[in-house]
Design a protein around this ligand. Sequence first.
Ligand code: GLC
Length: 751
Amino acid sequence: MQRTLLLALALSGLSYNAIAQKARPANTHSVDERVNQLLAQMTLEEKVGQLNQYTSDRLATGPLTENSSKYEDIKTGKVGSMLNVRGAKDTRMVQELAMRSRLKIPLLFGLDVIHGYRVTFPIPLAEASSWDMKAIETSARVAAAESAAAGIHWTFAPMVDIARDPRWGRVMEGAGEDTYLGSMIAKARVKGFQGKQLGDLDAVMACVKHFAAYGAAIGGRDYNSVEMGDRTLWETYLPPFKAALDAGAATFMNSFNDLNGIPATGNSYLQRDILKGKWGFTGFVVSDWSSIKEMIPHGFAKDPAQAAEIAIKAGSDMDMEGRAYITSLVKLVNDKKVDVAIIDDAVRRILRKKFELGLFDDPYRFSNEAREKKELNSYANRAKARDVAKRSIVLLKNDGQLLPLSKNTKTIAVIGPLGRSNIDMMGFWSVKWDNDKLVSVYEGLENKLGKNTKLLYAKGCGITDTSKAGFAEAVATAKQADVVIMAVGEAYDMSGEAKSKANIHIPGVQEELVKAVQATGKPVVVLTMSGRPMIFNWIADNAKAILHTWWLGSEAGNAIADVLFGDYDPAGKLTMSFPRSEGQIPVYYNHKSTGRPSPTDLAGSYRSGYLDMPNSPRYAFGYGLSYTTFELSDLKLDKKAFVDTDSITVTCNLKNTGKYAGEEVVQLYLQDVVASVTRPVQELKGFEKVSLKPGESKTIKFVINKEMLSFYDQQMKWTAEPGEFKLMIGNSSDHITLRTNFELTDRSANQ
Ligand code: GLC
């Protein structure tokens, strides 16, 4: 009977267990009761199996090692989760293997849905440039809905690593250099991924990564060590993780780096004292790809058994593709080196999420091909991707108002190696598809312009090659056009994981190509594209119009065309400084004053600077132009001094003084002038993105409170100290138009 039934069920698309699961009465016990009931039935081997995660071979996102037994292991309860299995059909198939295990504990399916699943959204560093929390949440919402429809329970996102070093390829995955903005974006992305509640069929578990301080790798070299004081860790790098946790993040992922000599994976200060202790995190921590076993090459463990012992004791609950736990933990417990209570805690954390996702009621509930077909790549999802993409574009220069272009331009030449590229538009960490339709720049223009505009194209040169053989054709093509649009930059896989670069200039001879084309005297618009801040000083000095378009995903070309022709007035603002030279790195806006600040931005007369270059970046944090102009005025404070139980209300007026409707990001920066530890010369403490029609005005309001003035003092106590503060309001960290000061007074002084 069994075989016949299975065959019949297989044909009906439902497995034996799916029926059995459906037959199971709705459970009235609480999740914790159900977890404990199940735990009591589990053998030690089955418990350790829950802490083990394997990758599918199809989509390896790390160094693959031979593992022929993985599917057998699933059937015998030795695997708790799989990553890189995607699609309703494949996840159902693999889940069915787990349903053959003794206790039929469902697998969790995880995937790097970093900026979109089927429809690719802009890379996170691009989205961050929108400063638009609603757009960022929408992007994560669509990614969740599509991936959940494809059988995914869990995305390894958001990456919330603060990054001040553009040599590090993974800056593309985060929100840039600022803690306040990064914390808001972390929250928006967790809310987007997890939706209303876990278990909804359009929601996936978030995974906040990489815990912690991975973005401060020395030299910007991926996986390198991190050395930093506690104050920098707590003030700059940890807050986005706490913001994500407060937003309800279900899981965390630790990081490859060692922090002050202790690998994050084996760092109980990070994972137990802070995350699970002080912050009270009740979800689970997954290691990064084989980061448990990598404590051996770190020189922190002598063998997989010791690595497993260190990691489980330090609070790493699940072993991603390391096979340290599955090969060592049972013996470690039997040898009394690891207390089974530690194992039980990790298993509970994982089982709790499986119950919350409803997987014990129906292990296949996310693996529904009909829903997958309906949700993926829908017109509505692509429209949202286009909207987020256009908001992510940053206008760096627009001399003589060359932009926006007229749609009646007769002939337009697209020149450069990225002008007709589709694949590069997707950026790193996209979920790759064979037949993906990523709209190129050229196609975006075709879609936008009528038949009366003639489009020309010349590649000019490759992205990295040094040959100028294509220059002549590019120049000749430019001469035939009324306007030239150049598309230059990196390839999509020159940033991302393991993509650090010591030289972040635009690669190859692309800048020389721009120079050659510009020499024709034709109006040239330069589109710079990359996953990181790049250096392009000649273009910055000589081009009339520059749009930094990052990697904008599926709708890249259409969003770029929306901006080029004024259907959308660009409003993006950089969230990472663009250096003038690699020699300046790290260069970031919220730096300290030093004892010898360089007011003229240059060295000399014993000031802190360089002999050969200003201290300031090429483009500053918060910088981005618009087709229209805005004016900030009328700064008012309701008081000039306040005690820490009170607050100050700040208002100012923003007016659109130009001829286009547009959006402005009004940024509030504060400086603690004197404190018991040195403080940054400015720190973003508030912003408001405002949309105004020509001539329209709006009063902007900020409320300043003690929390905004607080920092960790010499005893690492979070406090605000009485004294003078400088207040700065502008549309960029280096373009402040309203300034004043105020005082935090000591309460005792007022009594
Ligand atoms: C990678 C990355 C991590 C990713 C994981 C699974 O090595 O560091 O961000 O989520 O492995 O692909």
